[in-house]
Design a protein around this ligand. Structure first.
Ligand code: MN3
Length: 203
């Protein structure tokens, strides 16, 4: 029943030139693989193998740091890969776009708020777009914390994320995190984000 490293829905080179193949390969086959392996070990060590990921996240404050770090590392990366696509970029449509316009004023305002959260996250972490009963907000989390954990200060269900750990961009962008964030917009899978938004309305 151990967790397995999920396969990507595109090749390591598919997001070039925005995210380079070498970064994708190391990020997925080394970093994400290590989190997956260590998540299984941390669950075993804490006797938590029978708990669902959802329940663990809701009660994260009760568990050892190794569970939080490695659950987050496993879950957040899977979530990140799935909101990227070689056919991504552009703008969302439909109800998601209406909600963005309503809650941020415009798509450009949303992008700049999300970019600011990702740029100003000090050290390692993630930026998120969340939906709480359809109301959208942007936040960021340190390390491998995510909005579904009781220790986060985000509101609602995550529907889009970006990994701003240095390992996510350093090989290609070195210290230029803003350039990586700017390139990220070209590979956002808005169809997937819209799907997550629609699901969040059913919670
Ligand atoms: Mn990462």
């Amino acid at each position: 029943m151990a967790y397995k490293l999920p396969e990507l829905k595109y090749g390591y080179d598919a997001l070039e030139p925005h995210i380079d193949a070498r970064t994708m390969e190391i990020h997925h086959s080394k970093h994400h693989a290590a989190y997956t392996n260590n998540f299984n070990l941390a669950l075993q060590a804490a006797g938590l193998e029978s708990e669902s990921i959802e329940d663990l996240m809701k009660n994260m404050s009760k568990y050892p740091a190794a569970v939080c770090n490695n659950l987050g590392g496993f879950y957040n990366h899977s979530f990140f890969w799935d909101n990227l696509s070689p056919n991504g970029g552009g703008e969302p449509a439909g109800e998601l776009m209406e909600a963005i316009n309503r809650d941020f004023g415009s798509f450009e305002n949303f992008k700049s708020e999300f970019t600011k959260a990702a740029t100003t996250r000090f050290g390692s972490g993630w930026a998120w777009l969340c939906s709480e009963n359809g109301k959208l907000s942007v936040c960021s989390t340190p390390n491998q914390v995510n909005p579904l954990m009781d220790i986060s200060n985000c509101n609602g269900t995550p529907i889009l994320t970006i990994d701003v750990w240095e390992h996510a961009y350093y090989l290609n962008y070195q210290n230029r995190r803003p350039d990586f964030i700017s390139a990220f917009w070209n590979v956002v899978d808005w169809a997937e984000v819209a799907c997550r938004f629609n699901q969040s309305l059913l919670l």
